[in-house]
Design a protein around this ligand. Structure first.
Ligand code: AMP
Length: 281
């Protein structure tokens, strides 16, 4: 695996690949890799000649300073995992590679995606996500971009970014990888104790209950009941939402046909967890 830290190096490497017309797949990450990230690498490898991964903990997408400072960093292990998975190129940019002197952050018109759910509870988060992904897409210019369904709204935001910038990159969404089929893997899980991890499974249980119990008509009671359930188990809930799977608009009365997704964000102690589940694929 080639490891590149500087813009000039990655541009040279990718330039020679583009000359050979080999397809480039790209997996952007913030490191602290786990099997969820590896599922993206595997998907990337099967669909492309060259698999590029990046590790960059992007400061502009953290709306909480403490969350940024406590973000886990396990670089040596990450490199071993990527080597073992057969990743071809790892890009580990420094801050100046992504945000060079004189960088002016553009504003991205994300519509309602910016004001609902994660957008509401993490002001500025998606502008930060767009800034870093925009820069990375300019640098890597991949044919395919691999994203996890775990960050459902983020996938929609990045698709919107690609549309706004008319990039030729195609997004491929990879299903969420879970521990024992329950807790969605996340780098932030490293900050949970074992008993907390067990308790965190309640989030996927709650999504599963919604999937099993949902029926046409009012959804308000089901959302409220699940919110109470999580609060009772010691979570501080930001939201339990059932939304249109294509637009993320909140659905309070369901016609029994529209494609839906249930989404949860809740704190367990200091750690904020998110998860989602498609309800009628
Ligand atoms: P992160 O390092 O958290 O920024 O995540 C990098 C990419 O991995 C994003 O596209 C995430 O959606 C994806 N990802 C994170 N956790 C999982 C998971 N459990 N299953 C599948 N993809 C994931």
């Amino acid at each position: 695996m080639i490891i590149s830290k500087r813009l000039i190096d990655i541009r040279n490497i990718l330039g020679s690949i583009q000359i050979k017309s080999q397809s480039i797949g790209f997996v952007p990450t913030m490191g602290a890799l786990h099997p969820g990230h590896m599922a993206l690498i595997d998907a990337c490898k099967t669909k492309n000649d060259i698999c590029v991964c990046s590790i960059f903990v992007n400061p502009t997408q953290f709306n909480n300073k403490q969350d940024f400072e406590k973000y886990p960093i396990t670089l040596t292990r990450d490199i071993q995992m990527l080597e073992a998975a057969g990743c071809d190129i790892l890009f580990i940019p420094g801050i100046v590679e992504i945000y060079p002197a004189g960088y002016i952050a553009p504003h991205y018109e994300l519509g309602i995606l910016e004001t609902i759910l994660e957008g509401e509870f993490r002001p500025g988060h998606f502008q930060g996500v767009c800034q870093v992904v925009d820069r990375l897409l300019q640098i890597i210019a991949p044919n395919h971009l691999f994203l996890g369904q775990k960050d459902y709204q983020q996938c929609m935001v990045i698709k919107k970014l690609i549309e706004l910038k008319s990039y030729p990159t195609r997004v491929i969404t990879v299903p969420t990888i879970r521990e024992n089929n329950k807790l969605a893997l996340s780098s932030r899980n490293m900050r949970l104790t074992d008993p907390e991890k067990k308790k965190a499974e309640e989030i996927s249980e709650c999504l599963l209950t919604i999937k099993q119990e949902i029926k046409a008509g009012s959804l308000k009671e089901l959302k409220m009941a699940m919110q109470h359930q999580l609060t009772k188990h010691g979570f501080m809930v930001d939201y339990v939402e059932i939304a249109d799977a294509d637009t993320l608009e909140s659905i309070d009365v369901w016609d029994g046909k529209k494609k839906l997704v249930a989404l949860v964000a809740a704190y367990l102690g200091e750690v904020r967890l998110i998860d989602n589940m498609l309800l009628n694929e």
